[in-house]
Design a protein. Structure first.
Length: 414
């Protein structure tokens, strides 16, 4: 089984980054960047390719967005207004990730991680083409307190929540994690709600936004794309899968986002594990990074992992920490919980005091406790193997509303 651990380590060191720069092109045309003045020169055009005078341009602090929101700081680092020809000049930060948000009366654009395209040593004017806003309206349902505000990750977009829990706002196209500002009696708390996909020109009404206060909704698969809600907020958060092929076996696993009658609500994740019938020790797994690759996150305040699930067969839920692999002879052994999958959609709660180590493993024999491991967790994954299942078995897992209970967003500020 050590090959499984090795494969997980390979995934931990893989590069899983992406950049969204929709609607942006670069033209060499007398910008103000040279020599290394760190000023972004740009020109803004509408979707009809006409200059947009008066468009508002903002540099958004992407590297520290969550920290800014939690501490009450502005996420806007600098702002500018386009002249009559749609031209602007704006100063970005000297380091770190940053986004460019541009808004006119009816159209906008959010160019994420523009720092990865920007070159301060070149005399470049960047052209930005706006798209029609997406609009979203509905109600917010917090599980405690009173929701007062909604914010979209990586941007300056926000909307108040009215006394009847309704909200409405327009934003540039993109996939966003949604943050709620909720009054809980002890002040306003920032909470991770659902993810939303905003499509240019689309208007979505009657949306119900779940805004949990006492848990972090890691993923509800509303957007899909195999990135968790939490990952969209803090970076990383990828869903992944691994099988036993490196050891010569032929188990397989496939992941897909399903909807309609097959899903719990809206969209759900469906994993199909097919264990090699010819192998004495077949296995396959799928799971998610809590955040960025190889980064530890402190789950000391976690009370339970909860989710909606149904399926066939048995999976084991494991909390992966490299601390455990550092213990001599303990490769692959992690704190885990065995779950026979229910046939119908069921809320599963895995209290942290129910996750165990095999009594025979070196870590257990050394008296390693969950409290020692909790500050160093990187991944949570669902594995199917023997003897809980048999070689040749097909295990189906449908999953939704994966939550870290008892945790607050502040934990994930790095």
């Amino acid at each position: 089984m050590s090959n499984q651990a090795k494969l997980i380590l390979c995934i931990l060191t893989a590069s899983l980054t992406g950049v969204l720069l929709a609607g942006c092109t670069a033209n060499v045309a007398g910008g103000t960047d040279y020599p290394n003045t760190r000023t972004v020169a740009g020109v803004v055009h509408s979707s009809a390719d006409i200059p947009v005078p008066g468009a508002k341009v903002k540099i958004i602090d992407d590297a520290n967005w969550l920290s800014d929101v939690v501490t009450g700081k502005s996420v806007v680092l600098d702002s500018a207004t386009c002249d009559k020809s749609g031209v602007f000049s704006i100063k970005p930060p000297a380091s770190g990730a940053w986004n460019i948000q541009i808004d006119s009366k009816d159209e906008g654009l959010l160019a994420r991680k523009f720092n990865e395209q920007y070159d301060s040593a070149k005399d470049t004017t960047y052209k930005f083409n706006l798209k029609s806003y997406a609009t979203l309206s509905g109600t917010v349902q917090p599980d405690a307190g009173t929701a007062q505000l909604l914010l979209l990750s990586g941007s300056g977009y926000q909307a108040p929540v009215n006394a009847d829990k309704s909200f409405s706002f327009a934003a540039a196209e993109g996939a966003y994690a949604m943050i709620s500002g909720t009054e809980t009696g002890g002040g306003q708390q920032r909470c991770l709600a659902a993810s939303v996909q905003m499509n240019a020109g689309a208007s979505v009404t009657g949306q119900t936004i779940v805004a949990p206060v006492n848990r972090i909704l890691v993923d509800d698969f509303t957007v899909g794309g195999f990135v968790t809600n939490l990952g969209r907020l803090i970076g990383g958060g990828w869903w992944y899968d691994v099988n036993d092929s490196a050891s010569g076996s032929q188990s397989t696993i496939s992941l897909g986002v399903v909807s309609g009658a097959e899903a719990y609500a809206g969209q759900s994740l469906h994993a199909v594990y097919a264990l090699d019938p010819q192998s004495a020790d077949p296995w396959a797994l799928m799971g998610f990074f809590l955040g960025k690759d190889s980064t530890n996150y402190d789950l000391s305040s976690l009370t339970s992992l909860s989710f909606m699930a149904r399926g066939t067969g048995t999976v084991e839920i494991r909390f992966y920490s490299r601390m455990m692999d550092s213990i001599n002879g303990n490769t692959f052994q992690q704190f885990a919980y065995v779950l026979p999958l229910p046939a119908a959609w069921t809320k599963v709660i895995v209290p942290v005091d129910s996750v165990k180590l095999p009594s025979s493993c070196p870590a257990a024999q050394q008296g390693i406790t969950w409290a020692q491991v909790a500050p160093t967790v990187q991944i949570i994954y669902f594995t199917a193997y023997t003897p809980q299942n048999n070689p040749g078995d097909t295990i189906n897992l449908w999953l939704d509303d994966v939550s870290l209970d008892g945790m607050k967003l502040e934990t994930f500020v790095k």
